[in-house]
Design a protein around this ligand. Sequence first.
Ligand SMILES: [Zn+2]
Ligand SMILES: [Zn+2]
Length: 521
Amino acid sequence: MSRSAVVALLLIAFPLASAYDAYRSRDGVVDFLRHYGYLDSTADRSLITNDELRQAISLFQEYYHLPVDGTLNNVTLRYMARPRCGVTNAPNHRLGIAPLRWPGLNLTWNFQLADRTTLRTTETAFALWAANSSLTFSRDTNKPDIIIAFREGRHTMLDRRYDGAVCPNDLDGPGKVLAHATLPSGAREDVSEVHVDHREAWHVALTPNPQNSYHLLRMLVHEIGHSLGLSHTTDENSLMYAYSPAVEWPVVLGMEDVLAVRNLYGVAEGESSTAAPAEPTVVQRTTTPASTTATAASPEPPDPCTWRHVDTLLVLGKRLFVTRGRYAWSIDLGGKIVDRPFVLGDYVRFLPQTVTRLSAAYQTVKGDLVLFADGWVYMVSYPTLELRASWPRRNTDLGLPPNAVINAALNAHKGRTYVIYNDYAVLEMDECNMTARGYHMLQTVFPGIPSAVRTAYRYTDGHLYFVHRDRFFAYNKFIETVTRSGKFDLDVIGVTCPREDILRKLWDLLTRLARSSIAFD
Ligand SMILES: [Zn+2]
Ligand SMILES: [Zn+2]
């Protein structure tokens, strides 16, 4: 890649006073607008007409949804002074030109001379893009496609093919320029570079960053986005928005980011949700639990004595519902009375016959049940179990990628609902319209919870419980910490029959886990 192909991304954080100083001068404003692509002129500053300048300011104002008057009013100056990343390509000067992308989907990276915490944060940044596209990333210290390094002051390019050439953009110490990166050239053998200013106050860990620090994860996700070929968006909920938000944590991909990376690289092959359910029905049924006498004719359910795990656990009021394969059991909390197991399809009649298991279930704040099965989502009233109008919907209608394999879903608190999918990705849902509010990594939303959880549920003690292999993790959502972890193996509750006994013991186990977490707190 030639030096001219290098696009510097300058994250600037001028204190307001110096910003005013810089941008109140006509030359300062011209340089700013030209550098960030709003003034498309290479002419000497003195030759740029006031009309051209007004036009450029208007374009800047329009881009950032400010009142457009073409003047340098205080709102505009304040906006210019906010910490931001600035690509040098103009917002609308590349019409008809497809963005450059990597020709391959399996990319490698290295953060040179990074410590373990930095590497973990970098892995997380890449994983966020991988979870929402067909891209995969792995670390390769020898010949990485994307090289990241801390640099400072005047510095050289990292890839040996530059032969020690000086980077066209300096890093200037604390504030102002925080980092810059290069976009892909389209050639497979090329290298993209991210230069991070070593002298900034970086917060490296996957925890909220203190004031007066910059979150390395957020910056890396943004810069890696450019390394993949993504441009800025005008949507301030997007991570590819040029300006840094006042609050940088948690780091969340917006819908624009996900669509942009999918536009370039598509979604992963795998489970497709484009096929209609075998019995697509939106007809509301009014079958109540009392009337499900048809279950008597159902084949014998599998013997719980042979269980090693369950598919879903759901605590609804004073009942615990457990599903495993096509069967569900309900256990009364008070009397520990186990109802006869029922076939899901008999009881929840709108489920297609082809559904062999529920992958996840949770209860909304309003009390409805949301069931995930075979790429479809069912919104169901509780306890009448009527399918809500306009349901089921596809996973993709909620903003999940078509390849999403659902691990678990839960309503955490304050109406925050999370769907865990593809083992380590998390969709945050807007409960009002059941659409995506943001895309996270599991470890940033629930620090300490391992990937690939099998099920998650909220218990009556208010804790969230995650089950991973044979371990449970009790999570306190208020202090955002795992407060207790231990064995969650149905073996521990004994495999003695009769089978209903095991369900009562399962309930006992959950109660015991809950008690032990409270003790731990
Ligand atoms: Zn940027
Ligand atoms: Zn550089």
